[in-house]
Design a protein around this ligand. Structure first.
Ligand code: AMP
Ligand code: MG
Length: 430
């Protein structure tokens, strides 16, 4: 592709901005956490099996536990009848061994009694016929062959005592919570959730819940960004809106220093940021960047001195609602995930066939809001209409961000496009 646009040398690529941010973001410490609260968090310990799972050989079927050598010659014409010497339900422990000529009626999950080596399911016996004809169940006829060891689930098959079942750094999904529960854990050591202070700034803002005031707009960034923080595992703390004056900014910012991370929006575009710069300079270091992306070119990042001298990363998002969300997805989310001990920081990308056009008129990486559908084996992406960075409803209609690279001036209908998927399980992507 032709390099149509000269690249401003002071602009950072998205990757450069991301590297600079990640280099300054710490991984948080581990915390003993109730198992269910650990969903989505990163394991900060090895989980080793203290015992075998299952703890004993047990039955995979409802049937009869017996000695295989007693049924070696069985056929439908030549059934073998055994004496039923006991019953074993799940949760019971065997009290007597099975000897030649005998069987124990056993339920799924119950321990295999000593002596027995095979379980014959009910279906291969005359149990139903006996019940139907009112005959007693103190004997049972085995009607067909079953191989030795059949329907016996061996001790330690799922996890052997002493084995490493889940290594440190595993991200806990519901299946891992189940595995940890099976190992007997009620609490587990995980990297704790980052508390993220969220601060909207601007004289024009008012919070939802108040009657609309002349000249004001409702603060949407606090909610979209807090929603993203929460979705990805952080704990959002909404601060009151800061006004465009030093005392107000200072007061609000001070509240943010109690958090693990501070995310502000607005006040980072040219002409605007002098005040923010002054305020932040009192609390730490801040850099103002131009990132080669659209939307969300202006960005601030710094590290503040938090309470007790802790480093508190500060991400200053642009004010426009779509810019704020896109910058968070591309640059804030990786930082949040790193704090949570994650190493896989990227959202999934799919290759789709573009159904309309994306225009790139100044050599930035364009993230076009798009809706992806799958028809047959192919993904298709259609942009959600006008792409102004103030048009938040265009974000609400999207399930992905279709990317037009820096050096591509235009992508047209039918061309392949990479789409960063924001949602996989919304209607549209099946
Ligand atoms: P600024 O970065 O202050 O120049 O803001 C850019 C645009 O984003 C302006 O139209 C602001 O009104 C708008 N904006 C800033 N903060 C918010 C917010 N929290 N919610 C909604 N719109 C905002
Ligand atoms: Mg403003």
């Amino acid at each position: 592709m032709a390099h149509q646009h000269p690249r401003a040398p002071d602009m950072l690529s998205v990757e450069e901005a991301r590297e600079k941010i990640l280099a300054l973001v710490p991984v948080l410490e581990a915390q003993e956490t109730p198992l269910l609260d650990a969903l989505g968090l990163t394991l900060a310990q090895d989980a080793v099996a203290a015992f075998d799972i299952p703890p004993w050989d047990n039955s995979a079927m409802d049937g009869y536990a017996l000695l295989h050598r007693d049924i070696q010659r069985v056929s439908p014409e030549q059934p073998v009848t055994l004496k039923v010497i006991g019953h074993l339900a799940a949760g019971q422990t065997p009290r007597q061994p099975v000897v030649s000529g005998a069987a124990i009626r056993i339920m799924t999950g119950a321990p295999i009694p000593p002596g027995a080596d095979t379980v014959v399911p009910f279906e291969e016996t005359d149990e139903l016929a006996r019940k139907a004809s009112g005959r007693s169940l103190d004997h049972i006829a085995i009607l067909s062959q079953t191989s030795k060891g059949a329907n016996v689930r061996p001790r330690g098959e799922d996890a052997a005592r002493g084995s490493l079942v889940l290594p440190r750094a595993t991200v806990l999904r519901p299946s891992e919570l189940g595995v940890l529960a099976s190992l007997g854990y009620a609490t587990v050591k995980v990297i704790r959730r980052p508390v993220v202070a969220i601060l909207s700034t601007g004289d024009e803002l008012q919070s939802p819940g108040q009657p609309p005031m002349a000249g004001k707009i409702y603060d949407s960034n606090s909610y979209s960004i807090a929603g993203l923080v929460k979705r990805y595992g952080g704990v959002p703390r909404l601060l009151d809106i800061a006004r465009d004056n030093l005392p107000s900014m200072n007061a609000m910012l001070a509240q943010g220093l109690a958090a693990d991370m501070l995310i502000t929006s607005a006040g980072v575009s040219k002409g605007d940021y002098d005040m923010v710069k002054d305020v932040l300079a009192e609390h730490g270091e801040i850099a103002f960047w131009s990132v080669r992306m659209r939307p969300a070119k202006p960005l601030a990042f710094g590290v503040l001195r938090g309470n007790g001298g802790r480093p508190v990363p500060h991400l200053g998002l642009p004010g426009n609602p779509v810019s704020a969300m896109v910058a968070f997805e591309e640059l804030g989310r990786p930082a949040l995930l790193k704090m949570m001990g994650r190493t896989q920081l990227d959202k999934p990308t799919v290759e789709a066939v573009l159904e309309d056009a994306i225009v790139n008129h100044d050599g930035r990486r364009v993230y076009a809001r798009a809706f992806v559908t799958k028809r047959g084996a192919t993904y298709y992406a259609r942009t959600t209409g006008p792409q102004g960075s103030n048009l938040l409803t265009s974000m609400a209609r999207a399930n992905g961000l279709a990317i037009c690279p820096e050096d591509v001036p235009q992508l047209g209908p039918g061309e392949r496009v990479q789409v960063r998927m924001l949602d996989w399980d919304e209607e549209g992507v099946y």
